[in-house]
Structure formats: structure tokens, C-alpha cells
Design a protein around this ligand. Structure first.
Ligand code: ADP
Ligand code: MG
Length: 238
């Protein structure tokens, strides 16, 4: 069970508070999208959930467990970044298998998982290539595949499509929505693309200056924004 609770979550860097008392209850298997201007604390929030950034105050609870001090490697979470972060010297197959190899999974199990993920993502024909021989969209599929083979309870995606052209973004939006339905995982997805937020999210969380301004379903946010900031972020084309 991967419900996620953030209770008065805070992050400070020195004297600077970049995430202020965030309260957020995310249901198991929900698709949450975080939006807000650059620098408002979206990535920092994801990184605290992933264990890549220490929590300065408050509580992070996943399922029934307090996670504040659990090391990143012991969290059942996979994160996909904007810049893919693939290993350049490894083939696509190896990029996807590597995390499982580190965990000493049996070879046949690794192979089964890599082949299965590659099939779903339509990259089977690319398994022997190196990342530099792939297009942006293909690289992003590999990054998703690398997260999928771990079969995590929680997927964190930080602007995963922002380096892709508009047409490919459309295709990948649909792919990621399909993936969410198929994977039985909770998704938290950061974007500044309004179409992504409105079409993919169960609920959208609008952040500004480290605070949550409003959170609701796309329809309710669109119909009843609480202030001009939210209205501007949700309603207007960007
Ligand atoms: P977003 O993802 O919404 O664009 P971030 O979470 O990356 O925003 O950053 C939020 C704020 O925290 C920004 O003001 C950023 O400069 C600051 N910040 C992020 N990481 C660090 C760090 N390691 N040290 C100091 N300040 C940081
Ligand atoms: Mg960011």
C-alpha cells in the first residue's frame, strides 16, 4: 500500500525555507501532478519523498511507515528525471538491468523484467543500442523502463517530457497515463505544462513560494480557482 502523507513538511537551505509546512494526503495509486513557477519547491518536495534530500521538519509517511530517516535505497520508489540520466557507456538493456543486478536479482528474472518492460514501452528493437544512438523520446522510454523494472510502489517523475517536442509529448502523455493504469503504483508528477496537468492528473497541486495554494481535481481547479494566481496557472495558455 503506497498512500503518501506529507505532514507539515519543511525544507530549509541555511536561512532559506524553500518548502513551508506542506500538508498533502495522496491515496494509493493516485496520479498527483505538482505545478507552479520555477523555484517554487516542486523538485525539492519530490527529492525529499525519494530520500535524495534530507527533511528539515515535519513527517513523510508512506503506507504506515514514517520514512524521514529511511535511506533512499531502502525506499520502494523510482524517480524519472527530465534529463533521463542514462549511463552513456551501457546499452539500453544494461541501463534497464543495472539496478536489479546491483540488488543481486537472478539473471533470468532480470531478463524477464527487462523484456517485459521493453515490450510495453516498444523499445525491444533498441535493447542493444547505446543512449547516444537514440532519439529524445526513445531515451525517455528507456528512463521509464529503468524505473519500471524495479516495480516500485511509488513513481516520481520530474518534468519527464519537457525536453521533447510537442508531438512526442502528446504521445508520451498517453503512454504514461496507460502505464499508470497498468502498474498499480502511486504517481507524483511535476510539470509546467498545463495540458499535461489537466489531462493526466487525478488531482493537481498548485504551489507558489514553497506553499500549496490549492489542490483539487483538474475540473474543480478550472471551475473554482481560489485566486488569480491559480486561475492564471490553470486557465491561461502558457
Ligand atoms: P522547482 O523544482 O519548483 O523549480 P526547486 O525545488 O528546484 O524548485 O527549488 C526551490 C528553491 O530551492 C529554489 O529557490 C532553489 O534555488 C532552492 N534550492 C534547491 N536546491 C538547493 C540547494 N541544494 N541549495 C540551496 N538552495 C537550493
Ligand atoms: Mg524542478
Amino acid at each position: 500500500m503506497a498512500s503518501i502523507s506529507l505532514k507539515k513538511l519543511n525544507k530549509t537551505f541555511g536561512a532559506l525555507t524553500v518548502v513551508h509546512d506542506i500538508d498533502l494526503e495522496i491515496a494509493d495509486k493516485e496520479f498527483i501532478i505538482l505545478v507552479g513557477p520555477s523555484g517554487c519547491g516542486k523538485s525539492t518536495t519530490l527529492r525529499m519523498i525519494a530520500g535524495l534530500e534530507e527533511i528539515s521538519g515535519g513527517e513523510l509517511i508512506i503506507g504506515d511507515d514514517l520514512m524521514n530517516d529511511v535511506p533512499s535505497k531502502d525506499r520502494d520508489i523510482a524517480m524519472v528525471f527530465q534529463n533521463y540520466a542514462l549511463y552513456p557507456h551501457m546499452t539500453v538493456y544494461k541501463n534497464m538491468a543495472f539496478g536489479l543486478e546491483l540488488r543481486k536479482a537472478p539473471k533470468d528474472e532480470i531478463d524477464r523484467k527487462v523484456q517485459e518492460a521493453a515490450k510495453i514501452l516498444d523499445i525491444t528493437h533498441l535493447l542493444n543500442r547505446k543512449p547516444k544512438a537514440l532519439s529524445g523520446g526513445q531515451r525517455q522510454r528507456v528512463a521509464l523502463g529503468r524505473a519500471m523494472v524495479r516495480n516500485p510502489e511509488v513513481f516520481l517523475l520530474d518534468e519527464p517530457l519537457s525536453n521533447l517536442d510537442a508531438k512526442l509529448r502528446g504521445t508520451m502523455r498517453a503512454e504514461i497515463s496507460k502505464l499508470h493504469k497498468r502498474l498499480n503504483a502511486t504517481f507524483i508528477y511535476v510539470t509546467h505544462d498545463q495540458v499535461e496537468a489537466m489531462t493526466m492528473a487525478d488531482r493537481i497541486v498548485v504551489m507558489k513560494d514553497g506553499h500549496i495554494q490549492q489542490m483539487d481535481t483538474p475540473q474543480n481547479l478550472y471551475d473554482r480557482p481560489i485566486n488569480m494566481f491559480v486561475a492564471g496557472f490553470i486557465g491561461a495558455p502558457q
